[in-house]
Design a binder for this molecule. Structure first.
Ligand SMILES: [Zn+2]
Length: 113
């Protein structure tokens, strides 16, 4: 993401949260299924992999204050950190090549087939 798109920040707030949740999940190296299980551990409410997939998409979830609090707890960040666009990794742009783990952010690339 360039400086310019960050400054403009045209995204609706819910989409910013969804995008941040995707980045933070990948930094934890959780699959969407694992993230859903962790969510259940925190909230007692199960989230399927399909639901998690949707909530990372623009327009995929109407984030409630409860959701934001749970996600912040889950990813070890302050709730307010979810409300502003996270910088993507300057080393790998959050997309390391297949078979590699970024040394800077810890995101794992797609597994080699
Ligand atoms: Zn990285």
């Amino acid at each position: 993401m360039t400086e310019q798109t960050l400054a403009a920040s045209p995204l609706p707030l819910a989409d910013v949260i969804s995008a941040n949740v995707r980045i933070l999940r990948r930094r934890k190296r959780w699959t969407q299924e694992q993230a859903g299980q962790e969510w259940e551990t925190v909230t007692g409410r199960a989230v399927s992999a399909q639901t998690w997939y949707a909530l990372e998409r623009p327009g995929g979830r109407a984030w409630t204050a409860d959701d934001i609090e749970a996600a912040a707890y889950l990813f070890d960040v302050e709730p307010v950190a979810l409300l502003v666009p996270l910088d993507t990794c300057t080393q790998c742009d959050d997309q390391p090549p297949a078979g590699f783990i970024c040394a800077a952010c810890g995101v794992e690339g797609p597994r080699k087939a």
